[in-house]
Design a binder for this molecule. Sequence first.
Ligand code: XMP
Ligand code: MG
Length: 187
Amino acid sequence: MYDGDIASTLVTEQAIREKTAELAQEVGRDYAECCSGLGRDSDLLLVGVLKGAVMFMTDLARALPLPVQLEFMAVSSYGSSTSSSGVVRILKDLDRDIANRHVLIVEDIIDSGLTLSWLLKNLESRGPASLEVCTLLRKPDAVKVEVPVKYVGFDIPNEFVVGYGLDYAERYRDLPYIGTLDPSVYA
Ligand code: XMP
Ligand code: MG
């Protein structure tokens, strides 16, 4: 699949699976008291950011030891296809109110942090009981704005990556691992 397009594997399928299980245990412990066995209005709400977070969100949800409900948002940040500007537009909003709910934003990757910073402010204004972030990947060297992220899978170098939900021009989301692209793809 995608022969010659992927220059290197950065995070293997197995590493993703193991890390997801670890994060799920951690989240499960942290939310056991507030969100387990108390009924549907107490269930933890996972908010996934489309489309990149879909693979991680569905794997994380299935690894979590407590009941969760799934919500999705789609946002677009104005800017080029490979860097964001921090000016964000909601393409698809949540289907319901998150007031008084425990909310965990699930992200594929934090790059500059600009998108997430905007999203945190936006969701905070809706009055959730709590609001935290879980991201599979983070690029520490790319950060422009510090955002409080409670759960991080992997810190990676400041390179453009694809796979496991992440795309280049809508391709490669279906790769089961995270890799870097061969320069010939951009050419
Ligand atoms: P910021 O810079 O606002 O960007 O933190 C977050 C969003 O930008 C996308 N992004 C990437 N997508 N490979 C991708 O396929 C990458 O290396 C990459 N870096 C940033 C992604 O949508 C993320 O949510
Ligand atoms: Mg994204």
